[in-house]
Design a protein around this ligand. Structure first.
Ligand SMILES: [Zn+2]
Length: 278
């Protein structure tokens, strides 16, 4: 984990496929006088266990809460590891419902995510036992952690951001991903762009995206641009191109270029346009 400020550590810019964090999510911690808060739990109980070992290299303070920024596997499927330690889990209320709705199906079908059959061994779906609607603040002893829901369906239903004002740090989770293709299939692109418009005026110095390197408002602007292109071009090109491989190749021509991750674009298109021929 990388030290972002005195009280915030996070994984950053993880290489896709890394053992212990295969979906390269930027999970992190905030350290207060009284204990720590963990932001997201990675994709399985095994990944969470390794994450916790990395946390213990940085601090031995007790874990007060786990926060789920949204319900996707790489952010919430490590919950059971921390629940077994007795740690309360917090999420936005819709995010809890989404995890309950899709969790068991994905857990039983790891191949849907390209994982091996034993990937989820020992993993259980554990939804939040503390939920909120709009916002919540936690006093961690000398440091405040603010959980904020935009009231809009952005990257996923109930996606939140986590702001630590005293440290000038913001965890956006997948509302922002930097230098990599986003998963858009659970999103609402128009409301996602509006959500980013509410984040940019916060002018936070250290923005930790859901995936990718430490970011700034410039990256939020690029994200809006990506989403606009994806929305406009996928609608336009899918009207005439009905083959998934060919449509993916056409979209990769018009989208910003990133190293790898082309399969994410294909996955997004296959989920958004299930009638495409493969
Ligand atoms: Zn996500």
């Amino acid at each position: 984990m990388k030290k972002i400020t005195n009280s915030v550590y996070s994984y950053l810019d993880v290489t896709p496929g890394t053992e212990g964090n295969v979906l390269y999510a930027n999970t992190g911690i905030v350290i207060g006088k009284d204990g720590i808060i963990i932001i997201d739990t990675l994709a399985s109980t095994k990944e969470a266990e390794k994450f916790f070992a990395d946390i213990r290299k940085v601090t031995d303070k007790p874990v007060k809460y786990v926060i789920n920024t949204h319900h996707h596997p790489d952010h919430a499927y490590g919950n059971s590891f921390f629940a077994d330690m007795g740690v309360p889990i917090i999420s936005q209320v819709q995010s809890r419902e989404e995890l309950l709705f899709s969790g068991e199906t994905l857990l039983k079908n790891p191949n849907m995510l390209g994982f091996s059959s034993d990937f989820f061994q020992g993993t259980r779906i554990v939804p939040a036992n503390i939920v909120f609607e709009k916002a919540m603040a936690i006093d961690l002893g000398g440091i405040t952690v603010k959980l904020i829901y935009s009231n809009l369906h952005s990257h996923a239903k109930g996606s939140i951001i986590v702001h630590i004002p005293e440290e000038d740090v913001l965890f956006t989770a997948d509302i922002l991903v930097t230098n990599t293709h986003p998963f858009v299939m659970d999103g609402n692109i128009q409301e996602w762009i509006k959500t980013i418009d509410t984040i940019m005026p916060m002018n936070v110095k250290n923005i930790i995206p859901g995936h990718g390197p430490l970011s700034t408002n410039k990256d939020l602007e690029n994200m809006k641009n990506y989403l606009s292109i994806f929305d406009e071009q996928s609608k336009k090109l899918s009207a005439t191109e009905k083959n998934l491989e060919k449509l993916t190749a056409m979209m990769l021509e018009v989208l910003p270029k990133y190293e790898g991750g082309d399969d994410v674009v294909k996955f997004n298109l296959s989920m958004l346009y299930p009638s495409l021929a493969t």
